[in-house]
Write a protein that binds this ligand. Structure first.
Ligand code: GLY
Length: 397
């Protein structure tokens, strides 16, 4: 990495947006809400391309052919669901930001590959020896050929070590937003953070030291409800880079949670629970609780701001489960028996409000909804404990 000061998360987000707007003629298209009000196939917005689905399908248009943004995403239900991993590991989140650039029938694989490589290695100065890319190996059942074109473009248009390119199947290298919708082969970029650069065998192995940072999707098909693929009228580019992951890489950390993104939220958790400071340990219950609560309060704050509410069904039920998981950690690990998540909303606004100004509009409303839901759940827990004690007494007597 170049010998410059470590960039803040806000600077990294801005670098990405500037690179595509100023250098490559993209239009900044603000993030859509995490609640996809007009798409019944989705529980939550799970990728930056969701708001452009109509353009990919040839059913809608925009005033621009190239777009860029940082999209608010939730992967806690439906096809892409990371909920159970959150807190236990260093790099999954229910809510996360996805940096993305799109081409609507304009540039295609060559430019997407070249620009991604340029940003990562020249602008941000990542060590090329630590980068690995994957391409689609084809799929007989879907009648799809290997993506030899992408493989060749990586070799011709970048100076990646050719031995760092590998082919993978549909699970890893054919991206689909849901059971139906626009889709296509993709090429992922992975970062090897092992101390001795020995991570070549760890690509796509769910190892925290070698993580996918950027997915370049070449949207060419629509999958209909019966599972059939139909070629789209035009070819498009849809990329997604995990913001929290690239910040971790560029800040030289081994965990997403060790970056400046989380500091205001961890500070607030400590202040409101009276716990000891966050220590970053993977097994320690207090540190797990910090990660769960910090992740979940971001998700709840963003989702409720965007119009969702905890309830008994659909996305409301997913939020209810997320809130209850956070409450259990607050109660069992920090011993806090009153509503506390509601007091953390301001710290989320502090950390995300510049990038997503809608969070600043009415945080009191968000905190109120969370407080009421916490109170209801805490009462349920208390009743459960009472029943348990009654039953235990009866058994003893
Ligand atoms: N749409 C690209 C991704 O989510 O990886």
């Amino acid at each position: 990495m170049p010998e410059t000061a470590v960039k803040t998360a806000a600077e990294i987000r801005q670098d990405f947006l500037d690179f595509f707007t100023e250098k490559h003629g993209h239009t900044f298209a603000p993030s859509s809400p995490v609640v996809p009000h007009d798409d019944p196939t989705l529980l939550f917005t799970n990728a930056g391309m969701n708001q452009f689905k109509d353009v990919f399908l040839g059913q809608g248009e925009r005033e621009y052919k190239r777009a860029v943004n940082s999209q608010k995403c939730i992967r806690a239900g439906g096809k892409h669901n990371d909920l159970e991993d959150v807190g236990k590991d260093t790099y999954h989140h229910t809510f996360f930001e996805m940096l993305g650039n799109w081409s609507f029938g304009d540039y295609f694989k060559a430019e997407a590959i070249q620009w991604a490589w340029h940003l990562l290695t020249e602008i941000w100065g990542l060590d090329k020896d630590r980068l690995y890319v994957t391409v689609f190996e084809g799929d007989d059942a879907d009648g799809l050929e290997p993506d030899e074109e992408a493989e060749q473009l990586w070799k011709e248009h970048t100076d990646i070590d050719p031995s760092h390119i590998s082919r993978w199947g549909k699970k890893d290298n054919f991206w689909e937003m849901g059971d139906s919708g626009p889709c296509g082969p993709c090429s992922e970029i992975h970062y090897d953070a092992t101390p001795d650069k020995s991570g070549s065998e760890l690509v796509n192995r769910d190892d925290p030291q070698v993580i996918e940072i950027w997915n370049l999707v070449f949207i060419q098909f629509n999958r209909d409800k019966s599972g059939k693929l139909t070629p789209l009228p035009a070819k498009h580019v849809d990329t997604g880079m995990g913001f929290e992951r690239i910040v971790r890489v560029l800040q030289g950390k081994t965990s997403n949670y060790d970056t400046d993104i989380w500091m205001p939220i961890f500070r607030a958790i400590q202040e409101k629970t009276g716990g000891r400071p966050y220590g970053g340990d993977l097994e320690d219950h207090t540190d797990i609780a910090y990660r769960v609560i910090a992740d979940h309060i971001r998700c709840l704050t963003v989702a409720i701001t965007d119009g969702a509410v905890p309830s008994n069904e659909g996305r409301g039920y997913v939020l209810r489960r997320i809130l209850r998981r956070a409450v259990r950690h607050a109660r069992q690990t920090f011993g806090v028996e009153r509503p506390v998540l509601c007091d953390l909303v301001d710290s989320v606004v502090e950390s995300l409000g510049e990038a997503f100004p809608e969070l600043k509009k009415d945080p009191e409303r968000v905190a109120k909804i969370i407080r009421e839901e916490e109170n209801a759940f805490l009462r349920t827990i208390d009743r459960g404990i009472e029943h348990f004690h009654d039953a235990a007494e009866r058994t003893e007597s």
